[in-house]
Design a protein around this ligand. Structure first.
Ligand SMILES: [Zn+2]
Length: 459
C-alpha cells in the first residue's frame, strides 16, 4: 500500500472548528463559500462524514488523539499534567521509527504533548523570549491586515520545517482560528461579517467568552438577540474562511515544492463550538453535536482512495492507530482507537464515545444558583454515539437517548421508545470507559495500572 517508504506526515488540528461550517456540505455566508480550499483538499482525500471528538475541550482531546485512548481510560483530566510516561504517544512512536518530529502550537494547554518532539514551538513564548524573522514578518502583516492568532506565522514555519527536514517528517500544527475571541482579519470581516444595526455590550463578552460569560449567559444575566448571534456566527465564519485561505496557501506551496503527493496529511479539529444551544456558549460544557462532530479528512500518499466518503462513526482517537497501521509499524499498545486502513472490509466501531472532564467547583456554583442544564452538561457527562443514536449519561441520571438528525436540539429523550438501543449503547459505554466521572476511583487506578503493565509487556 505504501507509495513511499516513510512519507512525511502532517497532522493539522483546527481549534474549535465545527463540521457544519464546511462549504463542501453546502454552507455559505453572504453567498460565499467558507472553505473552498478545504473542499478541494477533500477531493484528494478520504472524507469522514461522521467523525467525533472524544471530548469538547482541547485539554482532554489532544492527549487522546496523541495516545489513541479515551480521557477517562487514560486519566488525562485536562490539567497541565504531563502524560504518564507509561503511555506511548504518536510522536514518541514515530520518533523511534526514524521520523524527525516538529510541533507548533499557539496555546500552552498542550504542553504535556511535547514528549518525543525534536522541536516543539510554542508561539506565545516567542513573544516573550525570542526574536524570529518569521515572527517579525507576521507582525508587519498584522499591522495592515488585522489580528490572525499566529496562523500566518505558523504556516510559514510549517513550510520551513517541511523544506529543511533531512529525514521523513512528522509535523503537528495546532491552529487557533476559529477559536474565541472571534475577530477575523479585515478582508475576511468585509467578506463574511454581517454587521447588526446595534450591538449590545454583552456581545463583546460572548465574543471573548471568558469563563464568567458561560455562567452569565446560562443565568440570563447576559443575552443576545438573534441578530446579534448572527453577527457572532458571521465573525466565526470569517475566522473559518481566513484559516481556509492559509491552509490553501500551505497546500499549494506543498504542491509547488513537489511534496504534496507523497504526504500523508490529516486535517481535523479538537472540538467544535456552541452558539447558545441549551443556554450554553463556547465549548467544554456539554456534548452537543456542535461540539463533538468534527471534520476528519485524511489524504494518503499518492492521493490513494481520494474522493471516498465514509459515513460510519469514527473517532479522532482512531488517528494514531491509522497512522501506525498505514506505516506498518507494529507496537504492542492497548488502544481504544482502531485503524481506519485498510478501507475494504474494515470493522467499524458500533459506537464512539465523548466525555467531559469535571469542571472544578462549577457544579457547586450552579447548585447555589439553582441551575440545571439539560442535558446536564457540567459534571462528568459522557455519551455513546452510533450512526443513528446518541446515548448521554451523567452521574446524576439514568441516561437519555437522542436521535440528533431528527431532533437537532437534542431535547427529546427516546429511551423508552428504543429500550434495546438504549441498553446496547449504555452497556457499550459502561464497558468501554472507566466508571468514575472525572474523578479517579480505585477501580480506575487499578485499570490504569493493568494498562501500564500490559504496555510494558509485563502481563
Ligand atoms: Zn480547543
Amino acid at each position: 500500500m505504501l507509495t513511499v517508504e516513510k512519507p512525511n506526515i502532517i497532522l493539522i488540528v483546527m481549534d474549535s472548528f465545527r463540521y457544519d461550517r464546511l462549504s463542501r456540505l453546502g454552507y455559505s455566508r453572504k453567498g460565499k463559500k467558507t472553505t473552498p480550499n478545504i473542499d478541494s483538499f477533500c477531493s484528494d482525500s478520504i472524507f469522514f462524514k461522521m467523525a467525533f471528538s472524544p471530548g469538547p475541550d482541547t485539554r482532554q482531546v489532544m492527549p487522546s488523539i496523541f495516545t489513541g485512548i479515551y480521557p477517562s481510560n487514560s486519566g488525562f483530566s485536562g490539567v497541565f499534567r504531563p502524560i504518564d510516561p507509561s503511555f506511548r504517544t504518536l510522536t514518541q512512536i514515530l520518533s523511534s521509527n526514524g521520523y524527525a518530529t516538529c510541533g507548533i502550537a499557539t496555546i500552552p494547554y498542550i504542553r504535556n504533548l511535547n514528549e518525543g518532539f525534536d522541536e516543539f514551538l510554542e508561539t506565545y513564548r516567542i513573544r516573550k523570549f525570542k526574536l524570529d524573522l518569521h515572527w517579525l514578518k507576521s507582525l508587519l502583516w498584522r499591522l495592515f491586515n488585522g489580528y490572525d492568532k499566529d496562523t500566518g506565522y505558523i504556516v510559514s514555519r510549517m513550510k520551513q520545517y517541511c523544506q529543511s527536514s533531512k529525514k521523513s517528517l512528522f509535523l503537528y500544527s495546532h491552529l487557533m482560528n476559529p477559536h474565541v475571541r472571534f475577530d477575523p482579519p479585515r478582508k475576511f470581516k468585509k467578506d463574511f461579517v454581517i454587521q447588526p444595526k446595534q450591538i449590545n455590550e454583552n456581545v463583546d463578552k460572548i465574543l471573548n467568552c471568558r469563563p464568567s460569560a458561560h455562567i452569565e449567559y446560562l443565568t440570563g444575566k447576559i443575552t443576545a438577540t438573534s441578530e446579534e448571534w448572527d453577527f457572532i456566527e458571521s465573525m466565526y465564519d470569517g475566522e473559518v474562511a481566513y484559516l481556509d485561505d492559509k491552509l490553501g496557501e500551505f497546500f499549494r506551496w506543498l504542491e509547488r515544492e513537489r511534496l504534496y503527493d507523497d504526504c500523508l496529511i490529516i486535517l481535523t479539529a479538537d472540538h467544535g463550538e456552541n452558539f447558545g444551544k441549551g443556554r450554553l456558549i463556547s465549548h467544554g460544557w456539554c456534548l452537543y453535536e456542535e461540539l463533538i462532530h468534527v471534520p476528519l479528512i485524511i489524504k494518503l500518499p499518492g492521493n490513494e482512495k481520494s474522493g471516498e466518503e465514509i459515513d460510519e462513526v469514527v473517532s479522532t482517537v482512531d488517528i494514531l492507530p491509522t497512522i501506525l497501521d498505514y506505516l506498518g509499524i507494529k507496537e504492542k499498545l492497548d488502544l481504544d482507537g482502531v485503524s481506519l486502513v485498510p478501507f475494504e472490509n474494515r470493522q467499524y466501531h458500533p459506537c464512539v464515545f465523548s466525555e467531559m472532564i469535571k469542571q472544578k467547583g462549577l457544579k457547586e456554583k450552579l447548585d447555589k444558583l439553582n441551575i440545571t442544564v439539560n442535558p446536564p452538561g457540567v459534571d462528568g457527562l459522557k455519551c455513546a454515539r452510533s450512526k443513528q443514536f446518541k446515548f448521554v449519561i451523567s452521574p446524576n441520571m439514568l441516561g437519555q437517548l437522542f436521535i440528533p438528525e431528527e431532533d437537532p436540539e437534542e431535547k427529546i429523550d427516546v429511551s423508552t421508545k428504543y429500550p434495546a438501543e438504549t441498553e446496547f449503547l449504555k452497556n457499550q459505554l459502561l464497558q468501554s470507559l472507566a466508571s468514575s466521572f472525572g474523578e479517579e476511583s480505585e477501580e480506575e487506578r487499578i485499570r490504569q495500572k493493568i494498562r501500564q503493565l500490559k504496555g510494558k509487556g509485563k502481563i
